[in-house]
Design a protein around this ligand. Structure first.
Ligand code: GLU
Length: 451
């Protein structure tokens, strides 16, 4: 098998994907990243090509798109669009979050669902890949409006999910409040107590300890592994974390706990730079309780500065950069700036936050780079542990879940490093994570016949 055959195969399938899914740029981007990583696999194992493995993987098993009508506080009818992409169930029930954000469309949900297949496989847990959401904007909505929206959304979604078929959770715009409303409506419709149908639930009704913290903590545990391999640690490092939502807050918390100094965070309006160190209690209260914009931070901390425009956060010199906001928030220019400023490590807490060109800049400059599928897999991994606890009707202690999370993150790191080495790209965690995630799903699909 010549290398060219593998390259031609990947290019041919990629072209089909772009033609068959026109204008879905985020989905194309996610597919391209995986495909480029997989060339060495097809070089060594051409039988995957005979099994048309990529042609099958890029086609979701099922996509559901539905109307979500709801009444706002003025009594006016509003209509949003809901989605669930059930991408791949070769290794377990579909698993992945729900995103409520005005930017949500088929392309966004498909890119997220596609990445979720490989991320979930990497966790070592028995979970397939799925994703969903709506173009509903929770910003500025009352609790009652959010509740009515969630109830309407679940009225339709409930027909398609279940503890052994598809298990949604949170993502951007969907946290404990939304999961609570969604679970209440599911329970009412189904008439039974199927705790394992959703993860990220409240602790009083089947939620897992450490799930709230898991994505952010996991990202920092991953950074810890990357640094450890170089004989280094987080202690005394300067960290910039974009975003100020669930992932960002708990990434900051763990980084601080491990002795780093966090100097900036952001939201979609702009970023806060606090040279004396971000006061996490303020960020938590502003974002988790008061649901305010991050700009309000400087009213309480005059030593800090607020800057309009979120992407300029990457102009701040730092040792470690953790993009934890959203897709494509870190451009090639920003990556170059980070490198010029001496960044040592970058780990993606968000999904696909770095553009393909930005990733290349990090890899070419030998920055330790933890791609999203590996670095942010801690969230969904603990979701799988929540499912296990629900099935067993038990709740584990925080320390036990956290210990398992650390072990999972260590395994993801080492499995990805090994795969990168084996397929001729030593140290390249993008290639390593993609290959390690891919192999398990591909082999399961082949073993199960033509699915
Ligand atoms: N939305 C998270 C992710 O991107 C978590 C999904 C889950 O817990 O199911 O992986």
């Amino acid at each position: 098998m010549s290398h060219q055959v593998a390259v031609d195969y990947v290019n041919h399938v990629y072209e089909t994907v772009t033609k068959r899914n026109p204008n879905e740029t985020e989905f194309h981007q996610a597919v391209k990243e995986i495909f480029d990583s997989l060339v060495p696999v097809f070089d060594q194992n051409p039988s995957y090509i005979d099994h048309a493995i990529l042609e099958r993987m890029v086609e979701p098993e099922r996509i559901i798109s539905f109307r979500v009508p709801w009444l706002d506080d003025e009594g006016k009818i509003q209509v949003n669009r809901g989605f669930r992409v059930q991408f791949n169930s070769a290794i377990g029930p579909y698993k992945g979050g729900l995103r409520f954000h005005p930017s949500v469309n088929a392309s966004i949900i498909k890119f997220l669902g596609f990445e979720q297949i490989f991320k979930n496989s990497l966790t070592g847990q028995p979970i397939g890949g799925g994703k969903g959401g709506s173009d509903f904007d929770p910003k500025g909505k009352s609790d009652n409006e959010v509740m009515r929206f969630c109830q309407s959304f679940m009225t339709e979604l409930s027909k398609h999910i279940g503890p052994d078929t598809d298990v949604p959770a949170g993502d951007i715009g969907v946290g404990a409040r939304e999961v609570g409303y969604l679970f209440g409506q599911y329970k009412k419709i189904q008439g039974g107590y199927q705790a394992g149908v959703l993860t990220g639930k409240g602790l009083g009704f089947g939620g897992s300890l450490a799930r709230t913290e898991a994505t952010g903590y996991g990202t920092v545990y991953f950074v810890q592994e990357m640094l450890k391999d170089k004989g280094d640690s987080l202690s005394g490092k300067t960290v910039v974390v974009s975003g100020s939502g669930n992932v960002s807050i708990y990434a900051m918390e763990k980084a601080l706990e491990l002795g780093a100094k966090v100097i900036a965070c952001s939201d979609s309006n702009g970023y806060v730079y606090d040279p004396t160190g971000i006061k996490l209690d303020t960020v938590k209260r502003l974002k988790e309780v008061e649901r305010k914009r991050i700009k309000a931070y400087v009213d309480e901390h005059p030593e800090a500065e607020f800057h309009v425009g979120f992407e300029n956060i990457w102009t701040i010199p730092c040792d470690i950069a953790l993009p934890c906001a959203t897709q494509n928030e870190l451009s090639e220019a920003s990556a170059k700036r980070l490198v010029e400023n001496g960044v040592i490590a970058v780990a993606e807490g968000a999904n696909m936050p770095s553009t393909l060109q930005a990733v290349d800049v990090f890899l070419e400059n030998k920055v330790l780079f933890g791609p999203a599928k590996a670095a942010n897999a801690g969230g969904v991994a603990v979701s799988a542990l929540e499912m296990a606890q629900n099935s067993a009707r038990l709740s584990w202690k925080f320390e036990d879940v956290d210990e398992k999370l650390q072990e999972i993150m260590r395994n993801i790191y080492h499995n990805s490093m090994q795969a990168a080495e084996k397929y001729g790209k030593p140290g390249n965690l993008v290639v390593g994570a993609n290959i390690a995630g891919f192999l398990k799903v591909a082999d399961a699909m082949i073993a199960q016949g033509l699915i």
